[in-house]
Design a protein around this ligand. Structure first.
Ligand code: ARG
Length: 473
């Protein structure tokens, strides 16, 4: 081939090129493969963040004189138009353009010509997508933190109403000791508090900038990564280019934090389901959260808590997907990572709506105080209090435990509660028992005696609620 022939075959290669990377290929990608490898059906959700990232990148390129000020201006105008199109739902996403990044870049180039083609200078889709996902996750984490807060407030309000409402506390789902319903609810407020801490902590590691890593090794342009980090609100830059484009540990952490929230809500859901069952009849869940049965007219089913319990499995599944996705990937970027998005989106969607519904559902709970109290007064819930009473009078606790066990057995045989036994009968078990034992055997006596931080005494519950309100304000 002479030089003219070479030039013209290069020209015809350029003309045939149908994607931003197809130059080196001899045949077009098979239609099914195109569909299989494209991510546009789901990653279009990142569009706003992709535009944000591109703007910051372009402005840095301009500031560093890598592209001209005119190019930066054209890019800004073009991206602003595209943002409007996206927000108005008018942007036409094309499968042929594979993903959100190439769709937006192509549209920009159609609008502003060569300036659009210069946007990708010193950048790769590898650091671009990692940046987009982090920006999206940061915003989502902030939304989730608000959702957690709303649910905590709703639980706090219910706990406040029931700071001294007596219910049986359970271990092994057997009546154990009396607690207040407020105290029980505050246990979940504590769990959610730690969940919020976990998201806050994960957010610190999410909030670092991958851009500048380019494909994997960095770039030969004189870029200013700190400038991009600052303009995108990142606390820091990812310090190793290979790591920046490849690891998704921040996404895994996020999903783990979400999984634990779902674990906690699944536990509460199980309790709501039990408590609203006519066997317990402790609470009533507002009708708007329940459905009926198409065959059994009497049914009112606690669908929302059941679904929360069920959706917990789905979020765990997402966590397992992401962990498995990352496992065994050699450095640096691999296409496997494209699979990070759907589990992440699904996790966020599931958790956001769950938190919102839950906050409202807890406000719609009515408590049947009589039934709760009745359940606490059956089942020897104050037996430990009697043992403590004897121990305080000098009997070693282990002996006191044995004495009370015998008294409980006797009461079971007589089909009565401990407080129904006469003083003379009680004294047959331990002569040191006196008239004041009956204050110990009452539910209120038991509750009020647990008067220390973390205890169930109503005064302590009130204090815990006040502290929590300050902490989450
Ligand atoms: N859609 C891709 C993803 O989500 C973008 C990065 C593509 N990079 C590449 N080298 N093919 O991961």
């Amino acid at each position: 081939m002479n030089d003219t022939q070479k030039n013209s075959s290069a020209q015809s290669a350029l003309n045939k090129k149908d994607t931003s990377w197809s130059g080196r290929f001899n045949e077009p990608v098979a239609a099914l493969v195109k569909k299989y490898t494209a991510s546009i059906s789901f990653d279009q959700r990142l569009a706003v963040f992709d535009i944000q990232g591109s703007l910051a990148h372009a402005q840095m390129l301009g500031a560093q004189k890598i592209i001209s000020a005119d190019d930066v201006r054209a890019i800004e105008v073009g991206l602003a138009e595209i943002l409007q199109e996206v927000e108005a739902g008018q942007f036409e996403w094309l499968l042929d353009l594979e993903d959100v990044h190439l769709n937006i870049e192509k549209r920009l180039t159609d609008k502003i010509g060569d300036a659009g083609k210069r946007l990708h200078t010193g950048r790769s889709r590898n650091d671009q997508v990692a940046t987009d996902v982090r920006l999206w996750l940061r915003a989502t984490t902030d939304q989730l933190l608000l959702g957690l807060r709303k649910l905590q407030l709703s639980l706090l309000d219910l706990a406040e109403t029931h700071f001294d409402t007596v219910m049986p506390g359970f271990t092994h789902l057997q009546v154990a000791q009396p607690v207040t319903f407020g105290h029980h609810l505050m246990a979940y407020v504590e769990m959610l508090k730690r969940d919020a801490e976990r998201f806050g902590d994960a957010r610190r590691r999410i909030n670092r900038l991958p851009l500048g890593a380019a494909a994997l090794a960095g770039t030969s342009y004189p870029i200013d990564r700190e400038m991009v980090a600052k303009s995108l609100g990142f606390d820091d830059v990812c310090e190793n280019s290979l790591d920046a484009v490849s690891d998704r540990d921040f996404a895994i952490e996020f999903t783990f934090a979400a999984s634990l929230v779902m674990t906690h809500l699944s536990r509460l859901s199980e309790e709501l389901i039990l408590w609203s069952s006519p066997r317990f009849a402790f609470i009533d869940i507002a009708d708007r959260f329940c459905t009926g049965s198409s065959i059994m007219p009497q049914k009112k089913n606690p669908d929302v808590p059941e679904l929360v319990r069920g959706k917990t499995g789905r979020v765990y599944g997402n966590l397992t997907s992401l962990l498995t996705l990352m496992k065994g990937q050699p450095l640096a970027y691999n296409k496997d990572n494209q699979e990070d998005k759907e589990p992440l989106f699904d996790t966020a969607d599931t958790l956001l709506v769950t938190l919102e519904i839950y906050a409202d559902m807890m406000r719609g709970i009515t408590v049947n105080k009589e039934n709760m109290r009745q359940a606490a007064s059956e089942g020897f819930a104050t037996a430990t209090d009697l043992a403590d009473y004897l121990a305080k009078k000098g009997m070693p606790f282990r002996d006191a435990h044995e004495v009370v066990a015998l008294a409980v057995r006797y009461a079971v045989d007589q089909k009565v509660e401990l407080s129904d036994l006469s003083l003379a009968t009680l004294q047959q078990f331990a002569p040191s028992i006196a008239e004041d034992v009956y204050t110990v055997l009452t539910l209120e006596g038991s509750l009020h005696s647990r008067d220390h931080i973390g205890g169930t005494a109503p005064a302590q519950v009130k204090a815990a609620i006040a502290r929590a309100r300050v902490a989450i304000k």
